[in-house]
Design a protein around this ligand. Sequence first.
Ligand code: ZN
Ligand code: ZN
Length: 208
Amino acid sequence: MNVKGYAALKPNTDLVPYEFTRRDLRPNDVQIEILYAGICHSDIHQVREEWGDSLFPMVPGHEIAGKVTAVGSEVKNFKVGDLAGVGVYIDSCRKCPNCLAGESQYCHEGMTGTYNGYERDGVTVAQGGYSTGIVIDAGYVVSIPENLDLAGVAPLLCAGITLYSPLKHWEAGPGKKVAIVGLGGLGHMGVKYAHALRCRSNRAFTFG
Ligand SMILES: [Zn+2]
Ligand SMILES: [Zn+2]
């Protein structure tokens, strides 16, 4: 599938229109028309090579929300028209204890990033969500409820989960106090989650 996107062609340059090809649908793949992609600060870090060597041309974007436009013959959990999201990784080894336990983000071989890395064939450079479409294994796609605003959903796929996960881990909920360090792209989501989870507020620091 040919897609249009925005890519940094070299380190620390502006993104420019860029056309490239996504792989043909495999039996377990989902093809997604990307309708929204959040801008995560790590996109900026990687375009600027602030985390070491980057791969160029680079199409950043790992907060992807869109609509399923095709599914492979073996895909059971998605159908055409479903809303779907993709976060910071698109694959993993699928056989280590963590992958088998459903914790593929902790894959012993390392998860396969949504962009700025090679896919598991070791050859194909993964390209991210600042583009019109993506083809990805269905096991690495999240389902998005129909009643949600997709523009608001996209940033949940990285910034959101990063705050939601520790709040759930520490059982944030009614009566508990929560401290969020920093109120940027991630921190403000933590405050909103804490409010939604009905954590305790007081006059010195009220939620909402
Ligand atoms: Zn991110
Ligand atoms: Zn693994």
